[in-house]
Design a protein around this ligand. Structure first.
Ligand code: SIN
Length: 303
């Protein structure tokens, strides 16, 4: 692997207003952009959606501030990217909305109202399925804070920039390789894992995906492998595979490829699971409250 090559915003188009009039402002970090001038609570014209779709593929993470969004509207927006996926942790679905996962540490009547530790390790969403979702949209309803500072940030890592920074030898080495993604690997290396039921495990047999995948919209390649989710590489001895998975995983989360999202109430953040990986920081504790509505959509077979 080469040492830090700048592949973040400096080498990408600078954003700005597109033909449909939306204003895309790159974060200045390793991924991500803020989108201004869009009200997601109203249906989007096709040209506006097309620009958002392209911006998402390019920047990996898009932030829409001050969105007063009902679960229905969040679902309709996400459906533009493809069918809504129902999450494996369906015990935390929003009542009446199986497509909305409640991500929350809030305890009511002695039980968590949502999935408290969602995303507490680096991952790309639902890579343990045959058709992982292209995008995930998280809507911030309550954000924990202390001493005037919001907590519970989400970090993103640009796996396309990480692929582009690989040297020729590494690109050749991973060409054609396919990694084994295991649902139950989630139980390892996580501080407070949700106990998986035998039915949940049975519903999710191992799947294999390319170590470097091609983006279905932009055609760009990105690394698609993660320590803790991937347990091997087809046709490679385990020891060698685990070492390669770890080396690539460490490379993806290098500081220069990262974007840190500091949540505000009303943010709708959508990310492209073909391009970025993410982790949610657990630097807050109940009774500090965090409540998010999460929708995933647009699954396809990685190639
Ligand atoms: C997730 O991984 O889906 C949750 C991310 C977050 O809660 O910030």
């Amino acid at each position: 692997m080469k040492t830090a090559k700048r592949t973040g915003p400096a080498s990408r188009p600078s954003g700005g207003r597109g033909a449909a009039g939306i204003d895309v402002r790159p974060s200045g970090e390793g991924a991500g952009a803020e989108v201004a001038g869009v009200d997601l609570s109203a249906p989007l014209p096709d040209d506006v959606f097309a620009e958002i779709d392209r911006a998402l593929a390019h920047h990996g993470v898009l932030v829409f501030q001050d969105q007063g969004l009902s679960p229905e509207r969040q679902l309709s927006f996400c459906e533009r990217f493809g069918p809504i996926e129902v999450n494996a942790f369906d015990q935390y679905a929003l009542p009446g909305h199986p497509g909305v996962l409640v991500v929350s540490n809030i305890v009511e009547d002695g039980r968590n109202i949502g999935y408290a530790d969602a995303g507490s390790h680096w991952h790309t969403d639902m890579s343990y399925t045959t058709t992982p979702p292209r995008c995930t949209a998280l809507h911030a309803i309550e954000v924990p804070s202390a001493g005037g500072r919001n907590l519970g940030d989400t970090l993103f890592a640009n796996a396309r920039a990480a692929f582009e920074a690989l040297d020729e030898a590494d690109r050749r080495r991973i060409e054609g390789l396919r990694a084994v993604h295991r649902f139950s690997a989630k139980e390892r290396g996580v501080k407070r894992p949700v106990k998986l039921t035998p039915e949940q495990i049975a519903r999710h047999p191992d799947v294999v995906h390319p170590v470097a995948r091609t983006h279905p919209v932009s055609g760009a390649k990105a690394l698609y492998v993660r320590e803790g989710e991937c347990v091997g590489i087809e046709g490679m001895p385990d020891e060698e595979a685990v070492a390669l998975i770890k080396r690539l995983s460490d490379h993806i989360i290098r500081p220069e490829f990262r974007y840190r999202h500091r949540w505000r109430v009303g943010d709708l953040v959508i990310w492209d699971n073909c391009t970025v990986q993410h982790i949610a920081l657990r630097d807050y504790e109940w009774p500090q409250r965090r409540l998010m509505h999460r929708v995933t959509a647009g699954g396809s077979v990685p190639f």
